[in-house]
Design a binder for this molecule. Structure first.
Ligand SMILES: CC(C)(COP(=O)(O)OP(=O)(O)OC[C@H]1O[C@@H](n2cnc3c(N)ncnc32)[C@H](O)[C@@H]1OP(=O)(O)O)[C@@H](O)C(=O)NCCC(=O)NCCS
Length: 168
């Protein structure tokens, strides 16, 4: 049984290490390494931001296993867009935890922000993430260039990210 808590200032280093995990950087839309200075400013802003929800999940033994983040952005054609991001600690991957974090995180998000549609933007090559979001009840809505294009160029083409949606 996973438990969660909201992130605290003392979690800055944990998030820094997770953010710079090589797989996490590779699967992020900006894959450059993150400096401690950049991270510290970002993390401080997010903790104070009412439109950001940062959740840390732990196992029964109290071991931290990963994080789920929700960001709420007002956009022109919708009242709000809520975007989910997830990473599982490298030592805890491959155990089927990701879909549990996603489901539990979405429940917390909806409790906090009401009934909401949640969007996940995933690089097409990130098979583990696609499968985890599908298992958690997200469905492919289409392709999106929102975060630019990703992936290796093939015949001069690059791939837009996939938009997965969960409306409950
Ligand atoms: C993506 C990530 C969250 C998955 O976490 P995880 O706990 O390892 O995933 P799970 O063990 O729950 O596996 C999820 C599914 O992917 C499959 N899977 C796991 N690793 C895989 C891999 N390398 N390639 C293909 N499928 C894989 C699992 O078999 C499982 O599929 P199933 O439910 O059909 O059996 C984790 O790898 C991670 O943190 N990656 C770096 C950050 C990242 O990519 N975040 C998502 C950005 S959208």
């Amino acid at each position: 049984m996973l438990t969660y808590r909201t992130a605290q200032p003392a979690d800055a280093r944990l998030y820094f290490d997770w953010a710079n995990d090589p797989d996490t950087r590779q699967q992020s839309f900006n894959s450059s390494p993150i400096s401690l200075e950049t991270h510290t400013g970002w993390f401080t802003r997010k903790l104070a931001d009412p439109n950001a929800l940062l959740l840390i999940f732990s196992s029964e033994t109290g071991q931290v296993v990963g994080q789920v983040r929700f960001e709420r952005t007002p956009v022109a054609d919708m009242p709000d867009e809520i975007i989910i991001g997830i990473s599982v600690d490298a030592k805890q991957r491959g155990k089927g935890l990701a879909s549990q974090l996603i489901q539990k995180g979405c429940a917390v998000c909806r409790k906090q922000w009401g009934i909401v549609t949640i969007h996940a933007y995933i690089k097409p090559e990130n098979e583990a993430s696609v499968r985890a979001f599908e298992r958690a009840g997200f469905r492919l809505s289409g392709k999106s260039g929102k975060f630019g294009i990703s992936g290796r160029a093939t015949s001069g083409h690059q791939t837009p990210c996939l938009l997965y949606v969960n409306s409950q």
